[in-house]
Design a protein around this ligand. Sequence first.
Ligand SMILES: Nc1ncnc2c1ncn2[C@@H]1O[C@H](COP(=O)(O)OP(=O)(O)O)[C@@H](O)[C@H]1O
Ligand SMILES: [Mg+2]
Length: 574
Amino acid sequence: MIRMFAFLRPYRRAIGLVLGLIFLQSLSELYLPTLMADIVNHGIVTGNDGHIWRVGGLMLLVSAAGGLFSVAASYHSSKVSAGFGRIVRGRMFEHVEGFSLQEFDKFGTASLITRTTNDITQVQQVLLMMMRMMVSAPMMCIGGIIMAVSKDPMLSLVIVCAIPVLVLTIVSIGRKASPLFRSLQAKTDKLNLVLREHLTGVRVIRAFNRAGHEKKRFDLASLDYTETAVKVNKILAFMMPLMMLIMNLTSIAIIWFGGLRISAGHMQVGDLMAFLQYAMQIMFSMLMLSMMFVMIPRASASAARINEVLDTKPEIVDRPSVKAAARGGRIVFDRVTFRYPGAEQPALSDISFEAGPGETTAIIGGTGSGKSTLVSLIPRFYDVESGRVTIDGIDVREMTQESLRAKIGFVPQKAALFSGTIRDNIRFGKEDATDGEIRRAAEIAQAAAFIDEKPDGYDSVISQGGDNLSGGQKQRLSIARALVRKPEIYVFDDSFSALDFKTDANLRAALRQETRNATVIIVAQRVSTIRDADRIIVLDEGKIAGIGTHHELLETSDVYREIVSSQLTEEEIA
Ligand SMILES: Nc1ncnc2c1ncn2[C@@H]1O[C@H](COP(=O)(O)OP(=O)(O)O)[C@@H](O)[C@H]1O
Ligand SMILES: [Mg+2]
């Protein structure tokens, strides 16, 4: 956690100010009991009204000043801790943006969200407490002891006896509570995960009547969290009365022995009253310190989780080298083998093929055969295990990710749209696209018709994830988004699956015109979508089962013939 405090650098002066203010506030608190002893000893006991007024006024001033210091300190420390949260959150967001999909797979979305929100809040809260306690607790404790001893060294023996009891109690409770606090954080993660899946998958859950099952899953995670939280709070609830008991017993002892000393003439009444207050201040400050020690393990667990993210170096980084070549777009896969992190079997093995500008290369194969994996290697979402992927002769690992991806119009299998208007979503492909370019892209993607039917046209609002559009509409918008870029390379990952045959045919005709000079990679399930391709790659369990044109493959590839005969009638095949 200490490491995280490096983020506090911009607030050095504000923190200095807070510590100074708290120092002054603690001083005023330490001064008050002495003043009170003075009133009692020299005012009340001797009946000196003037003295009471004078010292009483001073007490008012001192406590008013203490109050002001305290308010100012709270104000500035809140500002510092909120600013700290903002800085760390910003750093995290930036860092996570640099992650490749590999790192996203590793942490999981739910955990990344908890870490950027809840975990940072934990650290922020402890920071706030530390700023307040770090100065005031030791000061009140040590100052209290000095003042108490100066009032009556003999009576201080009572405090000397009480402190070890207090410390022992605090330590033993802290030992019990810290690991629980730590596991609480992991359980928050789990709860978040279940809730997130439930909210994003609500349609599927309803459709499959799994609401009951999901509820059980949520209840389980929730119960697990609750049990731990209750356990922690039980311990803490036990701690408070125990502390109060120790403190009250100490008071009784002080009054008892103090009374004896007063009757023996060794002590004055006012001093006893002041002594009692100092004893309370000492013990209270120790209580505060102990609270801090309970909170710190939880926050440092959070800090470790934050640091884990910040320390994760993306596997995919730019080498300070070549920019991508000028326009071209020849893709070469050279004996590529790829394995997802932690997977036993490679998802792709020994893939070799070439795809050039002006050509359409189609990839076909059963689900799970590795089609999406193959195309995700082109924009370097993942790095190959062996072999290489080159574009115009340059290994994709040698280009900057930005210049590489600027060449590619990628239409993912799962159309991901963003909340905003239709126009915003298409413009996502090219920031400075004009309205004319956007309209043209929509027309080619066969999206113009349904956009024009909407009352707000291109300004129609799309909800999060595009949930207010049909699957086919989403696909067409994400195709338009890729088209507006006018890239050298187009990748369509199963992007026509949700379209009816007529729209599919129209779209492909329009695309053929638009992508005449580009390199086109089409992943498809339907043979009709790809039978005119210049080259068809048949994938089977991550291996190439055949490469060639439709007619060549009908001759040479059993797998292809099987796929074809399951979809087309005899005369269509011929
Ligand atoms: N992010 C991932 N992490 C681990 N394994 C994955 C991941 N994505 C896909 N796979 C696995 O890789 C194989 C190929 O998947 P994929 O390329 O999506 O197939 P296709 O697109 O042909 O249906 C499957 O066995 C799948 O389980
Ligand atoms: Mg796929």
